[in-house]
Ligand binder design. Structure first.
Ligand code: AMP
Length: 299
């Protein structure tokens, strides 16, 4: 079973010997991996741990429902908290340590009067409908990086914008941490696994895979047509209508470069330039806000 720590100082003490070995003897390097989560773990999270184990000797999984990344009226209070089950699942994939702090341990002052992120990457897409969300993600991930000081950290590509922001954070704050993006783990019918899927009713759960199917369909269309700006806009509008008709309320549906830059006005060039694209969607189905994305690779 992984060992659970609630206090920063205790976790640091536990990890210190591995750093000692790392410093004393380059041949017996002990690499530490961090997998940040909000708990209520599913196979997507467990896959991140398995990937982390391939890149490190010691895997620390943090479980913290981070209040600063939830907006007013969002599901902070009702977010499922299942620590005992989570720890049992983590034992099956060989996680070594669980860091499960209480809020006071992470935030001596709440909200913290410190911010680490800036720029359009945090205000577009999910940042537009969830103002302040990525400020909360930025601060909690920075704190976790400083607490654990991992060599490598694993995040899911399911939260594509989050992964891009964290890569930017590591670059701009000179963290010496390798960031690994893990592929999206899906249910057999294609729905991306998410702790929030349990908010879906039985009927909604049957509808939910349509989101992934529509993204796949749009990706195929983007690969197959000669893009003019007009065709491109029409394809997006058609996909938006199909998702809406299936019963979703769209928050956003956008096509971006894989770096999350805007696709150039003359959309025909992304094919010619082998510019990879990503289709990103957030859509409400009942109480659940579902996120998904699909890469479009022209090479
Ligand atoms: P969360 O607990 O929702 O904050 O997610 C913790 C980490 O797990 C994030 O890096 C997510 O991107 C990742 N994750 C969540 N769901 C999936 C999934 N279906 N496939 C891959 N990674 C995921």
């Amino acid at each position: 079973m992984p060992i659970i720590y609630q206090q920063i100082s205790a976790l640091r003490t536990a990890l210190q010997p591995y750093r000692g070995q790392r410093n004393d003897n380059q041949n017996s390097q002990q690499r530490i991996a961090l997998v940040p989560t909000m708990g209520n773990l599913h196979d997507g999270h467990l896959e991140l741990v398995s990937i982390a184990k391939q890149h490190a000797d010691i895997v620390v999984v943090s479980i913290f429902v981070n209040p600063t990344q939830f907006g007013v009226g969002e599901d902070f209070d009702s977010y499922p908290r299942t620590l005992d089950e989570d720890v049992a699942k983590l034992a099956t994939v060989g996680a070594d340590y669980v860091f499960a702090p209480i809020i006071d341990e992470m935030y001596p002052v709440l909200p913290p009067p410190t911010a680490v992120l800036a720029g359009e990457i945090t205000t577009q897409l999910c940042g537009r409908s969830r103002p302040g969300h990525f400020d909360g993600v930025g601060i909690v991930v920075s704190k976790l990086f400083n607490i654990v000081q991992p060599d490598v950290a694993v995040f899911g590509q399911k939260d594509y914008q989050q992964l891009a922001i964290i890569k930017q954070l590591v670059r701009d704050l000179s963290y010496s941490i390798e960031i690994i993006g893990a592929p999206i783990v899906r249910a057999a019918d294609g729905l991306a696994l998410s702790s929030r899927n349990q908010y879906l009713s039985v009927t909604e759960r049957q509808i939910a895979p349509a989101l992934h199917q529509e993204l796949q369909y749009l990706a195929k269309q983007l690969l197959n047509i000669e893009h003019s700006q007009q065709e491109f806009a029409a394809l997006l509008a058609e996909t938006l209508a199909r998702i809406t008709d299936a019963g979703f309320t769209i928050d956003y549906l956008e096509v971006k470069t894989d770096q999350l830059d805007s696709v150039p006005n003359n959309a025909a060039i992304f094919n010619a330039e082998n510019q990879d694209l990503v289709i990103l969607v957030a859509a409400w189905l009942g109480r659940a806000r579902l996120l998904d994305n699909q890469l479009v690779t022209f090479k």
